[in-house]
Design a protein around this ligand. Sequence first.
Ligand code: ZN
Length: 421
Amino acid sequence: MDNLTQMHQFTLLFLFMLALSLALRIWLSWRQIRHIKVHRAQVPAAFADSISLDEHQRAADYTSTKTRFSRIPMVYDALLLLAWTLGGGLEWIDQLAQTYALSPIVTGIVVMLAYMLIAALLDLPISIYNTFVIEQRFGFNRTTPATFVTDMLKGAALALVLGVPLLYVILWLMQQMGSAWWLYTWAVLTAFSLVMMWIYPTWIAPLFNKFEPLEDGDTLKRITNLLERCGFSSNGVFVIDGSRRSSHGNAYFSGFGKNKRIVFFDTLLKMLDDDQLEAVLAHELGHFKKKHIIQGMLISFSTTFIGLAILAWLMQQAWFFQALGISTQSTYMALLLFMLVAPVFTFALSPLMSMFSRKNEFEADAFAAEQTNAGDLVSALVGLYRENASTLTPDPLYSAFYDSHPPAPVRIAHLNAQPQT
Ligand SMILES: [Zn+2]
């Protein structure tokens, strides 16, 4: 096959996959909205005592609204991707940058930064609408315009400080290390993400939220007790001011090794009593004990490895660039095109990742049921479903495709079936 045929074939394949994934996602969103509507009139039997009809319908309306709106960015992003590639957007930036006769690495950084800046600006209306219209309408939004803007500026500054040196190293490796560049790049990316995980809790997260150690008292005693029982070492239990941005509640761990922090959103502490809080924490500890965190890291490192191997091959193919609207072959453009286009092809893998994640959730729930009381976790989850207005009746196919957590009724039924301690 000559280059021209390959180029046309790849353009067609790209357009086909883009249209297919868009159609599939719109169809799934339609199923989700329809399923929720069908079940809107009645609270599912398992929740009849704990969730009122009003609360159930508020959750139905919130989920439907979000799902319906999500179609706009779906279509918008697909059109933007076409404009960047076949429409000549990236080609235009590239040609413009090349007129300045900078070194190839600096040109690469300029092109990528220009793309990221424009893409971030184009995405702004979507995130503004999400935060200040949808979340606002359902009473979840606590973000002020000032917080929104400072978050954005801090995020951009952080991306520059951390991203530009990393990009410089990657582009340098791509240029200098011959055919093995991708192995070196993989090693650098892996080391970078380990360092980021290490410094995130102490250096990065505090830029966005105020961290305060959980006050001494019964709650802390219960938590410390549980941590000791599970043989878990951390460097502190913290509360953050999640309420500054949203009334949704959450809890998480971050860091690894000895530099682990347990973090509760202040909003979660308000929602749950001590028994429930202990059960939720036991669930999170379950993710550690069952090695889900390590598994997640290994999956991400191997995906990067495979991705870079594919990129190393594509970079040599003239048709890869031409098929996506780029006339000059370069390392940075290969990298940028790959980052933009790969999700169109890997979209079909998302049900697999969701399935894996749901399996882990069941394991963490089982761990929590062993260490604490399954009934407390059930009541905590029901409380969270209520406060966060999560739908109790997702479409099974939609849920199988996207959801990292099992649908509420399935999860609760599983927990109720655990042997009681
Ligand atoms: Zn979990």
